[in-house]
Design a protein around this ligand. Structure first.
Ligand SMILES: NC(=O)c1ccc[n+]([C@@H]2O[C@H](COP(=O)([O-])OP(=O)(O)OC[C@H]3O[C@@H](n4cnc5c(N)ncnc54)[C@H](O)[C@@H]3O)[C@@H](O)[C@H]2O)c1
Length: 440
């Protein structure tokens, strides 16, 4: 929404959220999300045509177009628990719009939702009894956290789905005109509603599938002496495969990939397609295995016990350049190490200590074995092993000779992101291993 406000000064954008603390933070110097370049985009439009408010009803009344961007987490209870999307926030917004809208509006699904959700929204809106007509569009968001501003500035495509009726086409065209202020028209795709809703889930499933595919091969590389980065480079040169998203790692995290694949598999089962569901479910299974494989390897190489040993975990965010920790592989790594009675010391450049503790142990829980360091050197001091879990650039520039001097020997490095020069570390004296890399 900040990008729309930035690119379209004549359009008033009001972001409303019932979370007052978040709304306050958006108007402060410390935005609630760390994202390179975002602060400048927000501050450039703030107070001009970008406004933040908790007045949900007032904003609904004033708006011509309403983007529904609420959370759609995996359901944790009842039918579909652990897989289906929890649509209660979507439904609640639809009901609020139905109750308070005083004119005809375009409702845009910006959240990632199961196919056919627009049907539910339309039914709720149609039953408001005041005869108002709404057009429901689907406009899924494809930005990646960490590169959100660049992705929004220059998107590969903008996808808009709507009803193939004259009213639906007109509504789609209105939204096309918003994006066309800065996105080339041939990159703005219009489809029917269901294609658009489904494409978002499928895009995330394909992206995650590539990571799980290369991660599965990383295990084979470790067993055979092949190097996963060399394999990825060799296959990625094939224009049919392409080089992107072939970086092996400790496993994917983030709020979307797992949630959206589980959602997709649940949908497939609901539509009587268990074979399709189990095909995609394997992407998540492989990712869980990769996360546990990383920790298992640490334990094995540390002579099958990490009890009372200090392990430095470098990075906690699910990827670099974000402070988002949702489904981060670091959470699994820390939990599994704590289960083995390791003393885990985490450092992340952007994630606050309280969040690291709460994510790992649960809200309000404490464990003296889990500590958070103010920098990487403090985290590594006296550690038996270092586990690199997030690919922050600053970890590549660390003085590893200095770190080595402060560690008990043998000193281990486990590079869960393949960002370090293993040969250089081995020359210093480290026992260094990467994901899918030949051993020394
Ligand atoms: N985070 C991403 O990079 C990303 C990318 C693409 C798509 N998405 C999708 O966008 C959606 C939102 O994701 P997010 O990461 O921003 O989630 P989030 O949980 O960070 O934010 C959702 C916000 O909605 C607010 N909210 C919930 N119900 C409300 C209501 N009835 N009225 C007003 N506010 C309400 C919450 O208070 C919260 O601040 C999800 O469906 C997600 O899958 C997210």
């Amino acid at each position: 929404m900040a990008m729309i406000a930035s690119k379209c000064p004549d359009i008033t954008v009001t972001v409303v959220d019932m979370n007052a603390a978040r709304i306050a933070a958006w108007q402060s110097d410390k935005l609630p999300i760390y994202e390179p370049g975002l602060a400048a985009v927000v501050s450039g439009a703030l107070g001009r045509n970008l406004h933040f408010s908790t007045d949900v009803v007032g904003a609904i009344k004033a708006a011509d177009i309403i983007f529904v961007s609420v959370n759609t987490p995996t359901k944790t209870y009842g039918v579909g628990a652990g897989r289906a999307a929890d649509l209660r926030y979507i439904e609640s917004v639809a009901r609020t719009i139905a109750e308070h809208a005083s004119g005809e509006k375009i409702i845009v699904e910006k959240s990632t939702i199961p196919v056919k959700t627009a049907d539910a929204i339309r039914t709720i809106l149609a039953s408001n009894g005041n005869g108002l007509k709404f057009q429901v569009l689907s406009n899924p968001e494809f930005l990646a956290e960490g590169t959100a501003v660049a992705d929004l500035t220059n998107p590969d495509r903008v996808l808009i789905g709507g009803e193939r009726t004259p009213e639906g086409e007109k509504a789609m065209q209105q939204l096309v005109e918003v994006y066309a202020r800065w996105v080339a028209r041939d990159r703005i795709i219009t489809t029917n509603l269901w294609s658009s809703e489904l494409s978002k889930l499928v895009a995330n499933a394909f992206l995650a599938q590539r990571i799980s595919s290369i991660n599965s091969i990383s295990a084979l590389c470790e067993a055979t002496g092949a190097d996963v980065d060399e394999v990825a480079n060799a296959i990625g040169k094939d224009s049919r495969i392409g080089p992107k998203f072939l970086k092996s790692s400790v496993g994917f995290g983030g709020s979307c990939f797992q949630k959206d694949i589980l959602n997709l598999t649940y949908l497939c089962e609901s539509f009587g397609l268990p074979e399709v569901a189990s095909y995609w479910n394997q992407v998540v299974t492989m990712n869980d295995w990769q996360k546990s494989r990383f920790t298992a390897r640490i334990i094995k190489q540390l002579f099958n016990t990490v009890a009372d040993k200090k392990i430095a975990v470098l990075g906690f965010a699910f990827k670099k350049d974000t402070n988002d920790t949702r489904e981060s592989a670091a959470i699994n790594v820390c939990r599994e190490l704590l289960t083995e009675h390791a003393n885990v010391c985490v450092y992340d450049p952007k994630v606050p200590a309280a969040e690291i503790t709460a994510d790992t142990l649960g809200p309000g829980q404490m464990n003296s074995r889990l500590t958070v360091a103010p920098d990487a050197y403090a985290a590594c001091a006296g550690a038996h092993a270092i586990a690199v879990v997030t690919e922050w650039d600053e970890f590549k520039k660390l003085d590893f000779a200095r770190i080595f001097a402060g560690m008990p020997k043998p000193a281990f490095v486990f590079d869960g992101r393949n960002i370090l020069d293993l040969d250089a570390l081995r020359k210093i004296g480290f026992c260094a291993s990467g994901i899918g890399k030949p051993s020394a």
